[in-house]
Write a protein that binds this ligand. Sequence first.
Ligand code: 3EB
Length: 330
Amino acid sequence: MAQASENLQVQTGLMRSPRVTYRMANPQAPLAEPGTLAAFGFGSGAPDCSDPRWLQVALECFDAPAPFELWQVDGEVICGRQDAVRWSAGGGWLFVAIELDERDFDDPETTARQAYATLRQFMQTRNERCVLRIWNYISDINDGEGDAERYRQFCDGRAAGLGDFFTNGFPAATAIGHHQRRHLLQIYLLASTEAGLAIENPRQVSAWRYPRQYGRTSPGFARAMLMPARDALAISGTAAVVGHASAHEGDLEAQLNETLTNLEALLATADMPAGFDTHSPLKAYVRHTVDAPRVRDILHQRLPGVPVLLMHGDVCRRELLVEIDGWRFV
Ligand code: 3EB
């Protein structure tokens, strides 16, 4: 495994992807190791830490005790803060996070516009300009009707703040509703000096081509992103969407099965080995707390040995009960 990825590095001359793992115990020890780009705690019980590489993700984890997530790269890591932005960089990789309080702005759209404009400005100061993967966590994501829905306002603001930043292609992304700190918009990203390869799902209409019924502004994201060295696939939030329509309304198990079919389609399209393994950290975002045990059971059965964090999160379409994202490493 190590041998294979070293060979790959030599062949392509590109840096190895960050290792993404879930760990128990204390994030302090890994944060002290060289090469730690970022570490994430989940929910209100996550420890507080002033290190710019530490992010307390606003999603509660149904697993107790909740693990934390670690990103590790080859090379020395430096980090810093700049107003609402905190960042770290090393080995050609960049982690950036921004947290805004919606009460400082007029509405969710303005908040998202400000967040993305700030991220864009920050990226212009860096060599790691290729944004490969973005996570967005928004409170009360499905509140509001029609085009006034908070998620749709977020999509409008995101596009306005980005301007032409992603004209060469969208990164992979996740956008999920959190239930933790009411007015918090939390966004973090992984960027690199080298471009990745965006992957679309042949079973799904590309999100940026969604028809008008889903909002004024189509969500700008790719279904997955193959990392520069082709040694890992970053998978966007994936749900029971077929074509552009939500499938299996009201049927949790059928939605989960459709989601797994979509994940397999992405692996196949990216020429990745089929299936997930012990080195494929995934997250399942579950809308209703009562559904968590069933999601856990089904995923234990369907993805044996795969590390899946079960998170309490709302998918951006109300009828969707579950969504999965994560990583496939070769
Ligand atoms: C979907 O397939 C589900 O707005 O960035 C998934 C991943 C979804 C990312 C985003 C939205 C986003 O359309 C929703």
